[in-house]
Design a binder for this molecule. Structure first.
Ligand SMILES: [Zn+2]
Length: 288
């Protein structure tokens, strides 16, 4: 089935390339950690309607389905099905995991050729396996940066807290077959671009349509989670290399703004896609 109405957002980029957002449930993250060094006075009003009694924000697990004449790419897999009740409660995880969400939207996970992951944190790489531990995307290769696979198994206690290493170990060989060293076109018109910043091997995914009226859509992963991430200086506490995040955001966002790219946000519930518009020394996210 082609990209259809049963998705959270969709667009035709031109030349037979279509994109759609499929939300693989929601979870909750500490608000202060999401805003990093930004004072609460500046962000409080942005989140009044979603902050809960435990000071957590509602975060969507946005995945991007890309259909091109050359094949299908899924970007991100959410938290997945392999979580126990304790973790589910702790994370405030609700809704359909990716395999069920894809099927509900009319996509057979068995038809996906490439799964591209911005990075390997639990809320992006968690859905690679089904509940039984089998490959959720039997035909697909996994494309993440080699640097990300390497850092994911570090013994540094901060890294151990961000990656679910026992689960990643189960998909390590599968991941190694597809890992990227730098920028790579994974299918014609779909490229991964290393950014670092949020994690050592974090990457963006850029999808380019062709022909008259062609459009470009970028998925900047957790460098651009929510509308307020449009300010390059607003970097989360979860970013392992914040100065790199600021630099990567500034250069990627300049390009996205100047070339009118669509931008898909990794964790925004209500307005997952928009454009970046220059605003003084920063950018403003305008939903489409
Ligand atoms: Zn994330």
């Amino acid at each position: 089935m082609a990209i259809n109405d049963a998705v959270d957002w969709r667009a035709d980029l031109g030349g037979g390339t279509h994109v759609a957002i499929v939300q693989a449930g929601t979870f909750r993250s500490d608000a202060g950690a999401l805003f990093g060094p930004v004072p609460r006075l500046l962000w409080d009003r942005l989140v009044t309607d979603e902050i809960d009694a435990e000071n957590r924000l509602l975060q969507a697990l946005n995945c991007l389905m890309v259909e091109t004449p050359a094949g299908r790419v899924l970007v991100e897999t959410g938290i997945g099905e392999r979580v126990d009740e304790k973790t589910r409660t702790m994370r405030g995880y609700q809704g359909s995991p990716i395999l069920a969400a894809l099927r509900a939207a009319g996509f057979d996970p068995g038809t996906i050729d490439v799964v591209a992951l911005s990075h390997l944190h639990f809320d992006h790489a968690g859905g690679l396996l089904d509940a039984a531990g089998e490959r959720g995307f039997p035909r697909a290769s996994i494309v993440a940066q080699r640097a990300e696979w390497e850092i994911a198994f570090s013994e540094n206690p901060r890294i151990v807290a961000s990656y679910v290493q026992p689960e990643l170990a189960l998909v390590r060989d599968w991941g190694a077959e597809g890992w990227a060293d730098g920028e790579r076109e994974v299918l014609p018109g779909v490229s991964v671009v290393p950014t670092g910043g949020h994690s050592a091997g974090h990457q963006a995914i850029v999808v380019r349509g062709t022909g008259a009226g062609a459009r470009t859509l970028a998925f900047f992963g957790d460098l651009c989670m929510r509308p307020w991430s449009a300010n390059p200086r607003w970097v989360t506490s979860f970013d392992d290399f914040p100065l790199d995040s600021v630099e990567a955001k500034a250069s990627l966002f300049a390009r996205a703004a100047d070339e009118g790219w669509l931008v898909a946000l990794s964790h925004e519930v209500r307005t997952p896609v928009g454009r970046l518009v220059r605003d003084r020394d920063r950018y403003r996210f305008e939903a489409v």
